[in-house]
Design a protein around this ligand. Structure first.
Ligand code: OAD
Length: 245
């Protein structure tokens, strides 16, 4: 890590009236949650995203996809937020209204660390919803047990409340994220490969609107070129230092 860059970014944090933070799977890596695109350890090294994270994949193999999300839910029950999640929640407590937290993560770890009003672009893995538009017979709390659970009247299937590839992001949430990107003086981009749009586009929007953009990541990311500074390191080590002032 370059000490000069770290001091510079700390100064940018201090002077920014409003900060937007865009997080990705890497911020939860130190909690023991696998990322998607890291070689070997990432989920997409083991599974095909088209099979596990699309509506077509779910319709073709509902049990396989449901069981994978159940496995991830179980894994998340056994992990804790790390120093990076806590640093963000602490900053929000110390500086109410100064930080907008935007995440691509569905793991709920920001909320468990105490962050409020998190803009969850890709949904919530713990939420259940119907695959097809629910009919009057579909009551999610009374779905029949199964892999996945289903409506015993019409056969509708329960699916996880995450955004799959090819699906729209929650409209109001994404609008609020775009507004934060346009209005912030500084955007911190933490633990994301920057490969998935429209989320990654928020960093470009922030830069075009005049904000400073800083990437925090131990490896190269696709957003490095859009950044005024890149801090190389783990989020759990970097964020507490960057936000401590
Ligand atoms: P990726 O798995 O694509 O990227 C994770 C990033 O975290 C990589 O750039 C790593 O270098 C970095 N990283 C690893 N360990 C880290 C650490 N300790 N501290 C900081 N960074 C670290 O995850 P995302 O960019 O979040 O979407 O992926 C975006 C979306 O693609 C996800 O929301 C998910 C996925 O498919 C859906 O499922 C719809």
């Amino acid at each position: 890590m370059d000490e000069h860059s770290l001091d510079t970014v700390r100064a940018w944090v201090q002077e920014a009236p409003h900060i937007a933070v865009l997080t990705g799977a890497g911020i939860s890596a130190e909690s023991g949650v696998p990322t998607f695109r890291d070689a070997q350890t990432g989920y997409w090294a083991q599974f095909r995203a088209e099979e596990m994270a699309t509506e077509e994949g779910f319709r073709s193999h509902p049990q396989r996809v449901w069981d994978w999300y159940q496995y991830r839910r179980d894994l998340l029950q056994g992990v804790q937020p790390n120093a990076a999640h806590h640093a963000l929640a602490d900053f929000e407590r110390r500086h109410p209204g100064r930080l907008t937290l935007i995440t691509q993560n569905v793991d709920g770890l920001h909320q468990r660390a105490g962050s409020n009003g998190v803009l969850c672009l890709h949904g919530d893995i713990f939420e259940d919803r119907w695959l097809d538009t629910p009919r009057s017979c579909c009551h999610i709390r009374h779905a029949s047990a199964g892999h996945p659970p289903y409506c015993d009247r019409c056969g509708n299937l329960v699916r996880p409340g995450v955004v799959w590839f090819g699906e729209a992001l929650p409209y109001a949430t994404f609008e609020a994220a775009e507004q934060a990107a346009r209005q912030c003086a500084l955007m911190l981009v933490v633990g994301t490969a920057g490969a998935v749009y429209p989320a990654a586009g928020l960093a470009h929007q922030a830069r075009s609107a005049g904000a400073r953009v800083v990437v925090l990541n131990p490896a190269n990311s696709e957003l490095d070129g859009a950044a005024h500074a890149v801090l190389r390191g783990a989020a759990g080590a970097l964020l507490p230092q960057v936000l401590s002032a």
